[in-house]
Design a binder for this molecule. Structure first.
Ligand code: SF4
Length: 224
């Protein structure tokens, strides 16, 4: 049964509540990282482009074959887009994604001497790399906290936990950046994504097992 909770009213109590949430995530997910399999920043960039509107599991099934066929950035820069599209077909939006991956390889060779750029501004010039992709690559491959990755789990759970009232990912990220210490930006997303898969699922959150339940005011709790 969903029990009404009193929302903290003062800045101090809101800060304490946020700290309890972060502590609970640390306890449950101490060492989680990006679920996309990769060996280097280039592979992570490609996997992240492929992960748009697709599950990480599906991307992890596709990338080994893609990198076997095209092991280097040079190989993908020279690859026929239609051939790349046929390999990544099962990730959805495959024509656009193939164009972006080949374009990304060509851009990185042409503009960055074959090195994956490590600033947000530069990464945003790479085809297929929007803000979320850039944050994933910078955070996971370079340990640079450029922002907070907002995927569907982070968006949903940030709303449920009242860390944001926004629905637009850019605005949600802005709210999270304002709330969280920068040292937490990378890990928070990894932890929330695991939490969203395991417990705070979209349709039927498993609130009876949730370590954050006492601090959650969500209206769509589920105890069945
Ligand atoms: S109590 Fe339920 S809705 Fe709230 S964070 Fe936990 S699993 Fe999600």
């Amino acid at each position: 049964m969903n029990q009404a909770k009193l929302k903290p009213r003062t800045a101090a109590s809101r800060k304490q509540r946020l700290q309890r949430i972060l502590d609970a995530l640390d306890l449950r997910y101490p060492n989680v990282t990006c679920a996309l399999h990769h060996h280097d920043a280039w592979q992570l960039l490609v996997a992240t482009i492929l992960s748009a509107q697709c599950t990480d599991e599906r991307v992890n099934m596709v990338t080994p074959g893609l990198f076997r066929r095209y092991p280097t950035i040079h190989d993908l820069a020279a690859a026929p887009v239609e051939e790349v599209a046929s390999i990544i077909r099962s990730t959805g939006f495959f024509n656009n994604k193939a164009k972006n991956i080949v374009g990304a390889a060509q851009t990185i060779l042409r503009d960055f001497n074959g090195q994956i750029p490590n600033t947000l501004e530069q990464l945003l010039t790479v085809p297929g790399a929007a803000r979320k992709t850039a944050n994933v690559v910078l955070g996971t491959a370079f340990s640079i906290p450029s922002g907070v990755v907002v995927d569907t789990h982070v968006a949903r759970i940030s709303q449920r936990l009242d860390l944001t009232r926004n629905t637009d990912p850019v605005k949600i990220e802005r709210d999270l950046i304002a709330l969280l210490p920068q040292s937490r930006w990378i890990q928070f997303s990894h932890q929330i994504i695991h939490f969203g898969r395991e417990l705070c699922q979209a349709r039927k959150p498993r609130c009876a097992h949730c370590p954050i339940e006492p601090d959650c005011f969500s209206k769509d709790k589920n105890y069945l």
